[in-house]
Design a protein around this ligand. Structure first.
Ligand code: ADE
Length: 418
């Protein structure tokens, strides 16, 4: 078995932490039991490029139980939990290529090592596997059934490939399932971003001016949780509807250049580049803290920070101090990479349970129905989404009411009016 991980001796720590995560992933556990019996992925090779966390390990177990042969690489150079990669190799016997802090060359070497499996299915978080298959590894397309995509940024990249008529396989946008983005993006990113900033800095949120740049599902979650901790939240948003929503949710809304002068902490969650650009950085107060929770490290203009700085040093783990020529000090967390995974442990297991249930069931769907699909980006079939929501509620011991026959009929009728 091929692998590249930091230190196999970390296996014990990884084992305990994966067990802990597994306890909080009941839906995936149910799917695993079903997969063990039915083996829907028998003979299927899956290359996965995901954040290598305890939750991902539970997903890998599930896919393996379904009969799949697996190779896993990291979807971000800074998100790998080295004890988990050790556990995956040593205990779970899964080919894993992931080392926290790997450089760009090693990152792509790992990605290509996973693709060497010649997968039938790719599982992406950010579309790097599919991107590489459409670039240097086009030879792999012919053996493939399709792919799945975990995150908003990846889905945007794939839709752009499809719009240009260049997408060469069907891909399921797991991100767009309700049981994924309503929960993972909002509650997962909301909590874990706060957690990442706290672990890196140990700052007090109460009373701080906390600027959230981007008010999609992730931005909503981050803003809400920061408010819950007593911060004064400011939202910057380019979309008028979302800006209006932020305003009516009770936040101050303003352009980044105004927020730059007021903010103590800034978090980008836009999916776009230079959401915090040089002009904003120049206006910031001494001591301003910058963090990103979007997929790529392009949202804060890092080259501009370096250009403006006369001195850069790591003042504590995951905190870089940029001493600007104007005398002010600006602090960048986790090198501008996803702070929730760089400095903390990513989203809690309970929420990843639903995201990864979507991944597992989408793989089964691709095996069963992939041949009927066009080279397009598909949403997760609604029945799967509903099933996951039902199972999640059940696992939490929550029961809900059902419509009566009369109510159902009323909702399908037009005759009864005022
Ligand atoms: N993305 C965000 N949080 C994650 C986690 N805990 N595991 C895998 N991918 C993630």
């Amino acid at each position: 078995m091929k692998y590249d991980v930091k230190d196999l001796a970390l296996v014990k720590l990884g084992k305990g932490r994966v067990e802990w995560a597994n306890r909080q992933m009941p839906v995936l556990n149910l799917i695993r039991k079903n997969f063990e019996k039915e083996k829907p992925l028998k003979g299927i090779r899956i290359a996965a490029c995901l954040h290598v966390t305890t939750e991902t390990a539970v997903l890998m177990h599930t896919l393996k139980a379904g009969g799949a042969e697996l190779a896993l690489c990291a979807s971000n150079p800074l998100s790998t939990q080295d004890d988990v990669s050790a556990y995956l190799v040593k205990e779970a016997k899964i080919s894993t290529f992931a080392v926290k802090g790997e450089d760009r060359e090693r990152y792509y070497r790992h990605l290509n090592a996973a693709l060497d499996l010649k997968p039938h299915i790719t599982m992406d978080d950010g579309a790097d596997l599919v991107g590489t298959i459409h670039g240097e590894r086009k030879d792999l397309v012919k053996g493939m059934i399709g792919g799945t995509e975990e995150t908003t940024t990846g889905v945007i990249r794939l839709r752009s490939l499809a719009d240009q008529g260049k997408l060469r396989l069907p891909v399921i946008a797991v991100n767009d399932a309700m049981t994924k983005h309503f929960f993972d993006n909002r509650y997962g990113t909301g909590q874990s971003t706060i957690d990442g900033i706290l672990r890196a800095t140990n700052i007090l949120y109460a009373g701080k001016n906390f600027v959230v740049v981007g008010y999609g599902q992730c931005g909503r979650g981050v803003a809400n949780r920061a408010r819950g901790m007593g911060a004064n939240v400011i939202v910057c948003e380019v979309d008028p509807l979302r800006a209006l929503e932020a305003l009516m949710d009770g936040y101050r809304v303003m352009p980044i250049k105004k927020a730059a002068k007021e903010g103590d902490v800034f978090v980008t969650v836009t999916g776009d580049l230079k959401a915090i650009d040089e002009c904003a950085i120049k206006l910031m107060k001494d001591g301003a803290i910058l963090a990103n929770s979007g997929h790529f490290d392009v949202e804060i203009n890092k080259p501009a920070l370096h250009k403006l700085a006369r001195r850069v040093r790591e003042i504590r783990p995951f905190v870089q101090e940029f001493e600007l020529r104007n005398g002010r000090k600006i602090y960048l967390l986790g090198e501008g990479r996803l702070i929730n995974l760089a400095a903390a442990e990513g989203h809690p297991s309970l929420v990843m349970d639903m995201s990864f249930a979507n991944q597992a069931l989408s793989c089964r769907y691709l095996v069963q129905d992939g041949k009927k699909l066009d080279k397009k980006v598909y949403v997760v079939p609604r029945e799967l989404d509903d099933e996951i929501a039902r199972l999640k509620l059940k696992s939490m011991g929550i029961r809900i009411d059902q419509l009566s026959k009369e109510q159902q009929k009323y909702l399908c009728s037009w005759e009864v009016g005022t």
